[in-house]
Design a protein around this ligand. Structure first.
Ligand SMILES: Cc1cc2nc3c(=O)[nH]c(=O)nc-3n(C[C@H](O)[C@H](O)[C@H](O)COP(=O)(O)OP(=O)(O)OC[C@H]3O[C@@H](n4cnc5c(N)ncnc54)[C@H](O)[C@@H]3O)c2cc1C
Ligand SMILES: Cc1cc2nc3c(=O)[nH]c(=O)nc-3n(C[C@H](O)[C@H](O)[C@H](O)COP(=O)(O)O)c2cc1C
Length: 458
């Protein structure tokens, strides 16, 4: 073809293309509308991986926003998503934390495993918000691993993984902006959302009023109760913790008291390194500082662990220093007068030596504040000490759940909330597994989704 004719040929082709599009305009328009509608109405899946409720709280509020904009969005824990569900039209919004040492939260582990072993190619689009804490060396590691895995199977990220350090509200706002720019009808939350509330300004100065060894003669490490006082009024609620800076590192402790007691109370367990030296935080709190010394700390809001329904029964399950978080919940309910029944299930080692706050627990049990009280002791057996009230058994808290399964089911049928506090490994994971065996995994997931299964584990 003569070079001089090229522009004419191009013009002709362009004209033909425009003419063709014009002829098919109705079909094309309907395809586009269909696609838009399909995307906006049916295919948003919000998957969360959450150990102690923060990711779940954020996922819940994201769903609320989408639903309030007329979108149908399904909220589901990641373990419940089968890779085969992640088809072309699916849009997956993931909010997941990292726990342990860069590990997956329990309700995301299976999803990751299934992806790794499925080898299916994924067609979906996804966005991932990774919750973490820069104080951990594997910052947001699981969020990144999961994103890599999804990408390696062909899923398309809408934008890069967004890392959130200690629930930083600005980063969470940015996530909403990115979602909005990707076509989701959401707006960055203006007010603080459940799960992203601000902490009290750092630092607050509190004086150590009293330190008491609570488990003299125990086969385990020493456990101390610490009481701290401050001349200034402070506000917190059951579920909140304190952060203490020691030698450039931060340690977190559950608050056992309510503001009405006019003191901050903790339970701290001694831990030791292989060379016999004490752990940084526990050593500082239980050995280094003396009564009347002043320490700096920050109150940390932990809304994911707040009592979701004071008027409903509560089943409080925990071990060791987990009793701190449980005590705060009990005391807060007692302060309010109008509250549902409370059933405490607590595990420790020795019935003779490991009974922190046993007088208070006995009193709460005998006056009916605690409607039921069960102990599990891993290193003791009947006959139980005469001073022990409630029921005791040998073993662990999950064995109490098995024995009392009828009571468990009756309580849940009345709308009970389960509050789990203490060690994540061992007590936390075994109790979760036992609950799933006893009442069904789907029911446990439902309880978690509706806020009736609160895990305050560390
Ligand atoms: C939400 C939350 C609530 C908590 N509430 C409580 C509470 O109420 N009471 C309580 O006692 N604790 C609580 N903790 C745990 C607490 O924050 C500390 O982790 C605990 O006191 C131990 O810290 P440490 O600085 O004393 O010990 P660390 O110096 O951190 O050592 C801890 C243990 O890890 C081992 N270790 C440390 N470094 C290494 C290493 N490099 N390699 C191998 N092993 C190592 C040590 O030998 C020791 O056994 C809570 C934690 C969280 C996250
Ligand atoms: C026991 C424990 C271990 C943690 N490990 C990590 C970690 O390895 N990397 C990280 O970035 N964050 C880590 N975090 C911080 C959590 O990811 C962060 O607190 C998050 O907000 C928790 O969200 P969740 O309540 O949904 O699980 C850890 C927190 C706890 C309590």
């Amino acid at each position: 073809m003569n070079a001089a004719n090229v522009p004419y040929a191009a013009l002709l082709l362009a004209g033909y293309a425009v003419f063709t599009l014009w002829c098919y305009r109705t079909a094309l328009l309907s395809w586009w509308q269909n696609r838009q509608q399909h995307h906006s109405l049916h295919d948003v899946l919000i998957g969360y991986g959450s150990e102690s409720g923060n990711a779940l709280a954020l996922a819940r509020s994201l769903r609320q926003q989408l639903v309030s904009q007329g979108q149908t969005a399904q909220l589901i824990n990641l373990n419940k998503i089968a890779p085969a569900q992640l088809t072309r039209d699916q849009r997956l919004l993931i909010i997941t934390s990292t726990t342990g040492d860069g590990e997956a939260p329990a309700n995301a582990e299976r999803f990751f495993h299934n992806l790794s072993s499925s080898g299916d190619s994924l067609q979906c689009e996804f966005a991932l918000l990774a919750l973490g804490d820069r104080l951990y060396s594997n910052f947001c590691a699981f969020g990144h691993q999961l994103s890599q895995q999804l990408k390696s199977l062909g899923a398309r990220p809408l934008f890069p993984v967004l890392e959130v350090d200690r629930l930083c509200p600005q980063t969470i706002e940015h996530w909403y902006e990115l979602l909005s720019a990707s076509g989701f009808p959401v707006q960055a939350p203006k007010t603080s959302t459940r799960g992203v509330e601000k902490n009290e300004p750092f630092p607050q100065r509190w004086a150590l009023k009293k330190r008491t060894l609570l488990n003299h003669g125990s086969p385990g490490n020493a456990m101390y109760e610490l009481e701290l006082s401050s001349p200034l009024a402070a506000h917190w609620q059951a579920g909140d913790t304190v952060l203490i800076n020691i030698a450039g590192q931060q340690r977190e402790y559950s608050i056992a008291s309510t503001p009405a007691e006019d003191c901050l109370r903790f339970l701290v367990r001694m831990q030791y390194h292989d060379d016999g030296s004490p752990g940084l935080g526990c050593g500082y709190l239980c050995e280094t500082i003396s009564e009347r010394d002043v320490i700096e700390l920050q109150l940390k809001r932990n809304p994911a662990c707040y009592d979701p329904a004071m008027d409903m029964p509560m089943i409080l399950i925990g071990n060791g220093t987990g009793l701190a978080g449980l005590r705060a919940q009990i005391q807060q309910r007692l302060n309010s007068k109008q509250h549902g029944d409370m059933w405490l299930i607590y595990g420790e080692r020795s019935a003779e030596h490991d009974r922190p706050w046993h007088q208070q627990l006995n009193q709460w049990h005998s006056n009916g504040d605690l409607t039921a009280l069960n102990f599990a002791f891993s290193r003791s057996h009947a006959p139980w000490p005469p001073s022990l009230q409630g029921k005791a058994c040998e073993g662990y808290v999950q064995q109490i759940l098995k024995r009392e399964v009828l009571q468990l089911k009756q309580c849940l049928a009345k709308g009970a909330v389960i509050y789990l506090c203490g060690s994540r490994d061992g007590m936390g994971s075994d109790t979760d597994r036992t609950l799933r065996e006893l009442i069904g995994s789907d029911y446990v997931d439902e309880l978690e989704l509706s806020g009736r299964y609160v895990r305050d584990v560390y």
